[in-house]
Design a protein around this ligand. Sequence first.
Ligand code: ADP
Ligand code: ADP
Ligand code: MG
Length: 672
Amino acid sequence: MFTKILIANRGEIACRVAATARKMGIKTVAVYSEADADAKHVAVCDEAVLIGPAAAKESYLCADKIIAVALATGAQAIHPGYGFLSENSDFADACVAAGLVFIGPPASSIRAMGSKSAAKALMEKADVPLVPGYHGENQDADFLQLEADKMGYPVLLKASAGGGGKGMRVIEKSSAFKAALASCKREAISSFGDDRVLAEKYLQRPRHIEIQVFADTHGNCVYLFERDCSVQRRHQKVLEEAPAPGMTAERRAAMGEAAVAAARAVGYVGAGTVEFIANQDGSFYFMEMNTRLQVEHPVTEMITGTDLVEWQLRVAAGEPLPLQQHQLKIHGHAIEARIYAENPEKGFLPSIGTLRHLRTPSAVTFELGGEAAAGVPAAVRIDSGVRGGDTISPFYDPMIAKLIVWGEDRAEALARMAQALSEYQIVGLATNIAFLKRLIESQPFAGADLDTGLIERNAAALFPPPQPVTLPALALVAVALVSSEKSAASDPFADTSGWRMNGVLQRTLQFADAALENAPAQPLTVAYRPDGWDIRLGAESVAAILCAHDAHDLTLKLDGRVVRGSVVRDADMFHVFSGGSHVALNYNDPLAHAGAAEVDGGRLTAPMPGKVVAVLVEKGQQVKKGEPLVIMEAMKMEHTIAAPGDGMVEDVLYAVGDQVADGAPLLAFKQA
Ligand code: ADP
Ligand code: ADP
Ligand code: MG
């Protein structure tokens, strides 16, 4: 076995590979770009070497630099992960030429499957069923259109060299063919440097079912059953599960054997996936082979009790497959959800930013290998490449984590997934978590009525109109806010910085739903009582008692009903996580502008009513922008009035101890 390997990747897959290497006592070398200097994959590896700037072309795609690092650090093998160089046959060759082991198939297998067209020609010879279509060399537009006309519309055009759903065009009728062909070729040349295309009959309501295969250098090749990846957006996977609902033992064996035949036809070694497109009646056709470890491999690991990265390392080191076909069994059901930094409501547009708050579901019991040894799979597994405080940058894939759950059956796995998603908390960027939860709970997914159009067809249910923020959610924020002020001050009732109305100290808080553009701020009235607060929104009101408060987590009694939630403040935004939902509220903080008081006609005015507790400048004094001038106290908190720019204090209008009304001029200030 190797004693040291280099991981030529980043993010969750680099961390995933490192975890197994550690378990096996193998040292790891990470490579990283300038953008990833503080990334998790750098932290979890034994050594890390900078290989270039952020752009993948100048770092993670630089085969020469990576091979040089492997040689310099004494690594014996390179694991390419997925994406980047994983399906680059020249890189596989270059590793071997440098005396390194490429942890993947031989370059010749990658090459054979690299072109979807050439792969289909090969599969035809191996008697693997194909989708009707044209995958030959002739790229003449008239010829291709004739082929499309023959197979009948709708027709799907694909880039032969394609991946990640790029370049694909569905054509509904012959008259639209030429324009679609031109646009497919444009995208193909820009994404893959190769504009060759193939045409296929576009299947109606198909399912994407793929088979995990594994081969060693001793002539063994097995299949580790199927994964159903039908739930997609823009031809990209969103949810993956194993086994495929409705799969019969006969069809499983037929697909497994077809996949093994496909792998054998190209002299395959290591982990690979044969993707099939299946009709609702179960008939299936070869689509392509991915010659690498797949993003969704964990669902297979969870139902088979295997560690596929360990298998990869063993096979690459020349060992035989750990298990033979008859020893492989399916136990239970697993589902994976890809947690992305993206905005489903805005066409799944990627979102970038810092994970200012990250809390993952509690029942994480997965340890690599641990569950297989004990014979009891973990219920929830999270494969992630980021930690709280890390950043999702614009340079790479916006995947935050993969959430994988296991259950004795699909119903149990579904329930665990819904629970885990409701416990997942992220603040700092848009995510698809709420969307995933709706998807998991939607009737078609829950009922296993799967096909690749599931998301589009159910858009109405999956993208419901935003609901008004509920009073319990507002009560959680209000109590979090007022009780944090309470703990910051000595006694909230000692002063009248709030309002007193009929002898009751009362405040109005303004919150606006951040999910709605230009949502009006809603006034929430909070009246203090000895044991809690009366909270009123319009005609609705509730008596709130704080039972427990630990960092972000609150337990309230609202009119006697226990409500739990977490409240996270991020500048002027409050995030409430409660009952499985996440609401973001813009807080219209009357004090927030205290540090940047407006200069009004040469006068610096008080941003709220309060008391002057310190005057830090004198008449005639020169000050710099941001320098503290006056400190006020309001609502039991101190607020510093700072210089809005460089300038001179012309006059000081209040003394320490003075009460100041909202908007009263505090200083005469002359901007430089
Ligand atoms: P599959 O799900 O069939 O394995 P995908 O095409 O969805 O295939 O996954 C591979 C994709 O993952 C690549 O096209 C790339 O966009 C993305 N990717 C590559 N490297 C990483 C990485 N380190 N972390 C997250 N995503 C990555
Ligand atoms: P990629 O290399 O981008 O993964 P694939 O050939 O694997 O491309 O296809 C990606 C997805 O496109 C499939 O999972 C499926 O949803 C859809 N698709 C591919 N071929 C067909 C087809 N002939 N009919 C209908 N949908 C298809
Ligand atoms: Mg594919």
